[in-house]
Design a protein around this ligand. Structure first.
Ligand SMILES: [Zn+2]
Length: 410
């Protein structure tokens, strides 16, 4: 199936196990292997510093666009930062501040400055909209990078054991959900090559749980403030949550862009790949007009429920439980319709890869279709889509309240 778009762009859905995609994934993973993720938090300020050091002439030339870019980045940084500082979860708040503290101590320690004072001044200055002197930011960035690269070594040493335990118990765990042999083989194989990177949790895009999985590079990112002796158990749990994302089924878009040079009439085509679906989270190609992602909440609910059931089966401790409202909506879908829907129907759709149809009669995403029609019968047609739209409008928590209100009226 392929569609055409104006501007010589074409898009095709491909299987995530095909050789083209695998080659690209490998290339991307290699590319990021030596990257250090210590400076995202301060990248804007570093940008300012660079701008200040630029020759005045060059600065004048790029002024308009560059300033627009800096303002946008500053707004993003402030929002991200304030979110952490105003977090109701004191553990996140103190870990976040503690992390700046550590970065600062690494950068400024030798100068006989009490780190606590430094932390306060950084936080206060950012909150009041002031900025720090460029040389201080440079040293914070350097200190942060140093800290992150050390934490990276720790995680890299410990992660393989978590992954091995996960791989070994997966077949028996998935048997509970009646997952077919070939699917178990495919998803178990997918664990090979999963890598882990430490990121600055203050500014990186991490999930509520403290990590995220990047399908394009097959990499699990974990927030730096969970890498320490006291949070070992949490770190393992974050990694397990992300490992479920890593094995989940997917669809990939292959985009081909053709450009024709007016000068010599030479035509060249560039190919790139984009994630179309990961688990139950659907993402349209980024250049489509109706750029609406769907069912992220459902994807997280299924991921977190799987992680919890996995821990229970292994008698492992559970210190975390995130996406609570999302999980309650999932529970509602299972229990409160016209008939009970077993969780395994969700799990089978979650693990399903897109496969191009060989024959016309073949269903491409059979398990997903089955889940959708089961939900339609149990509730009303298009129930899941209306739920998704409502969540986008008013948020998960309010939707849950509406659903619970409706259930008690019955
Ligand atoms: Zn997640």
């Amino acid at each position: 199936m392929s569609e055409s778009f104006p501007g010589d762009r074409s898009i095709k859905k491909i299987s995530p196990v095909g050789p083209e995609f695998k080659a690209e994934q490998k290339r991307r993973a290699k590319e990021m292997k030596n990257r250090v993720y210590g400076s995202q938090i301060l990248v804007h300020h570093r940008g300012t510093i660079l701008a200040e050091k630029m020759p005045a002439e060059l600065r004048e030339m790029i002024k308009g666009n560059y300033e627009k870019y800096l303002n946008r980045e500053a707004a993003k940084l402030d929002t991200g930062f304030k979110h952490f500082l105003s977090s109701q979860n004191s553990r996140i708040r103190s870990a976040a501040v503690g992390f700046i503290h550590r970065g600062l101590w690494g950068a400024l320690g030798p100068e006989n400055v009490r780190p606590a004072l430094q932390v306060v001044s950084v936080v206060d200055r950012i909150k009041s909209g002031k900025s720090l002197a460029p040389p201080i930011w440079v040293r914070i960035v350097q200190g942060n990078e140093l800290v992150i690269s050390q934490l990276q070594k720790t995680v890299q040493k410990e992660f393989p054991a978590v992954r091995t335990a996960f791989r070994e118990s997966l077949p028996e765990f998935l048997a509970d959900y009646h997952i077919s042999e070939p699917v178990v083989r495919t998803v178990t194989k997918r664990l090979t090559g999963t890598q882990v990177r430490v990121v600055d949790g203050l500014s990186a895009r991490v999930e509520a749980i403290g990590g995220f999985y990047s399908p394009g590079t097959h990499t699990i990112f974990v927030a730096a403030h969970y890498v320490n002796e006291n949070t070992k158990q949490q770190l393992t749990e974050i990694e397990e949550h992300e490992l479920f994302h890593a094995i989940s089924g997917r669809l990939v878009y292959e985009e081909a862009t053709t450009e024709r040079s007016e000068l010599d009439d030479i035509q060249s085509t560039f190919t790139s790949h984009d994630d179309g679906r990961i688990g139950l989270h659907f993402m349209p190609p980024y250049f489509l007009d109706n750029n609406t992602q769907r069912f992220r909440w459902l994807n997280e609910a299924v991921t977190e429920r799987l992680r919890i059931e996995y821990a229970k089966k292994r008698n492992s401790p559970l210190t975390y439980n995130t996406y609570l409202n999302e999980q309650k909506i999932l529970e509602f879908l299972c229990k409160k319709g016209k008939r009970e829907i077993p969780f395994e129907i969700f799990v089978r759709a979650y693990l399903e890869d897109y496969k191009p149809a060989v024959r016309k009669a073949d269903s491409i995403i059979r398990e997903w279709r089955h889940l959708r029609s089961t939900l339609n019968e149990s509730f009303t047609p298009q129930f899941l889509v209306s739920l998704d739209n409502r969540i986008k409008q008013i948020g998960v928590e309010k939707v849950l309240m509406e659903l619970e209100g409706r259930a008690s009226e019955r």
